[in-house]
Structures are given as C-alpha cells and as structure tokens.
Write a new protein. Structure first.
Length: 169
C-alpha cells in the first residue's frame, strides 16, 4: 500500500512523535485511548512497552518513537495509545496499541497532496512510509501500518513472545 494506491481523498489521523507529524489511514484505527498503565513483559525489545487490558483482551503496546530510532516517549497528559488494526499476510489481523506523544487531528488528503516516499539509499529501510502528505508548507509522514513491523515481530507480539533477533533491534 503506497502513495500510488491512493486514488481518492483519504482521511488520516495525524499525531506527534517528538517534533515530527505522522499520519495513519483512519480506516486502520480502531480507537484512541488516554494513556493507561501498561504491564511490562520481561525479555521483550525496548520498543515494546508491554500489554494493556482492552475490554478483556490483551493488547500489546509499542512505543513508536523507539521503533523508529528516536528517544523514548516521556509520558505527559497528552500521551495516548492509538489502537491499530494491522493486516498480516498469513495470520490475518492483529490489534496493536501504538503510543504517541499526542494526537493532532483528522485530515483529508487528495492524491495530488501526496508525494512518494523519499529515496534514501539501499541501507535505509523506508518501506513502512506510504508517502509524504503536504499540509501547507510542511510534510506529514504517512505510515503503512502493515509494514512497520516484520511478520515475525507481529506474530511474536500476538503470541507474547519476542524472537532473540528482535531483542537486539
């Protein structure tokens, strides 16, 4: 799912991670929660905060800042958890909570307002960037939620186990 597949105006939820603004297609978002206590799971990678109880279901919560190589989130009154529906090729859907510094707004972008993801060279992984949305003079990084995590990470998060290779990441 890249910028070429956006052929009609699409709504995105925008949120902050540090000073950057990111966006996710609204159809992938189940809900946005105020930050709640997270139960830490031992021997998981740094980007996995732990799990929360969402109406009787165990939902893994990840810190997107750490996943993207940024500094850890500092919990504030604006910190929230975005509940995402992630599609897996073989396993179906997985529900994951993604911590964000704050939610900004829902915005609609026309295909003409979306540029392809930048080419940063072969050593930089950007396949999880769906495109760059133009909002005035600034860009919003459009995320492809199905590609943020590897298939192995998703299966492990779903099962509550993290492979040793992910712990070092």
């Amino acid at each position: 799912m890249n910028s070429d597949t956006i052929i009609a105006p699409t709504q995105f939820l925008t949120f902050h991670l540090g000073e950057e603004v990111f966006a996710i297609d609204i159809s992938r978002i189940k809900e946005v929660l105020e930050f709640t206590e997270v139960t830490r799971i031992p021997r998981t990678p740094d980007f996995m905060c732990g799990v929360i109880n969402l109406r009787g279901s165990v939902v893994p919560v990840v810190d997107l800042r750490l996943k993207f190589g940024m500094s850890a989130s500092q919990k504030t009154i604006n910190t929230c958890i975005i509940i995402l529906d992630i599609q897996q090729e073989e396993e179906g859907a997985t529900v994951i909570g993604a911590m964000a510094d704050s939610v900004k707004e829902v915005m609609e972008l026309d295909p003409s307002q979306i540029e392809p993801a930048p080419k940063l060279g072969s050593g930089v992984r950007i396949d999880f960037i769906r495109g760059m949305g133009k909002q005035g003079n600034q860009f919003v990084i459009l995320l492809d939620t199905d590609r943020i995590f590897s298939q192995g990470e998703l299966v492990s998060l779903q099962e509550g186990k993290i492979p040793p290779s992910a712990r070092a990441a």
